[in-house]
Design a protein around this ligand. Sequence first.
Ligand SMILES: NC(=O)c1ccc[n+]([C@@H]2O[C@H](COP(=O)([O-])OP(=O)(O)OC[C@H]3O[C@@H](n4cnc5c(N)ncnc54)[C@H](O)[C@@H]3O)[C@@H](O)[C@H]2O)c1
Ligand SMILES: O=C(O)C(=O)C[C@]1(C(=O)O)C=C[C@@H](O)C=C1
Length: 301
Amino acid sequence: MSFEKVAIIGLGLIGGSIGLAVRQDMPGVATSGYDADPKVRERARERQLADVIADNPAEAVEGADLVILCVPVGAMCKAAKAIAPGLKEGCVISDVGSSKRSITEALVKALPGRTIIPAHPVAGTEHSGPDAGFATLFHQRWCIVTPPEDAPEDKVAELVDFWEALGAMVETMDAAHHDRVLAVTSHIPHLIAYTIVGTASDLEEVTRSEVIKYSAGGFRDFTRIAASDPTMWRDVFLNNKDAVLEMLDVFLTDLALMREAIRAGDGEMMHDTFSRTRAIRRSIVALGQDDPRPDFGREHD
Ligand SMILES: NC(=O)c1ccc[n+]([C@@H]2O[C@H](COP(=O)([O-])OP(=O)(O)OC[C@H]3O[C@@H](n4cnc5c(N)ncnc54)[C@H](O)[C@@H]3O)[C@@H](O)[C@H]2O)c1
Ligand SMILES: O=C(O)C(=O)C[C@]1(C(=O)O)C=C[C@@H](O)C=C1
């Protein structure tokens, strides 16, 4: 592992967690940080999310071997342009954005000639901001690295080592594939959660108080996801439009089949589908890939 100084731009849930995790898991590696919001910088200093919190982005990246952009997907380009004057020769610029194709294009354009290796830790919570981060967020979670074709192999290997040192399991794939996979496993589930919670609160015969009162079961799990940061998720859907629309069409076809089964009283079709999905859940649990924290996401309720 050869990164000696890591700069973190954006000190919310993910940036703050990286800062705390580097301090805990990589003693000897220096960190610096910057956030566009002065209140976040103040809180980041109080929580010591990085060794040094700079008051401007170019200063934050000075001397860093690795710079990680931890801002909403729609702010990546602006953040990249702002760090450009301070970047050290040969440093790696990475990010943690939830979609990868449009970010890669934006970063390559904003920082020509630089070594850009995007990544996405598939770990998070519905909380955001400088108080949300914690050092163990990436333990036993996947981090997907999406190196462009011309990325130097030694730098990709260093970035993989970095995420493994923070406790993550790392996979590499191309950005387009990442975006199609995450559209199904993360983006559409969030869209469904936002929609069902919105629908329930809109229904005239179900008053808002009843939605809250009877939300102890499955609906409650949807409300956790639907509490996720609106800016972050707006940007994800604006930036992974093609893959989300493709997978949404498949989902809507399956949902229509389910509606037909209910209408036709086709219990066999429903039972078969529900048995298949139950087996999927059980195989995730058997692989140890469900969340190891039993009350994860509920601790702040
Ligand atoms: N929340 C999750 O579950 C999760 C998981 C994995 C990846 N991600 C990705 O990580 C990124 C950050 O998400 P988060 O949950 O940490 O969000 P967050 O809202 O907690 O933090 C983002 C921070 O970026 C700052 N910021 C915005 N524009 C900036 C700019 N131009 N320069 C500097 N700072 C700027 C904001 O002030 C904020 O403090 C997003 O791209 C998101 O898609 C999120
Ligand atoms: O656990 C949660 O709250 C999450 O939604 C985390 C989650 C996910 O969908 O798995 C959300 C977005 C990220 O890009 C990665 C992880």
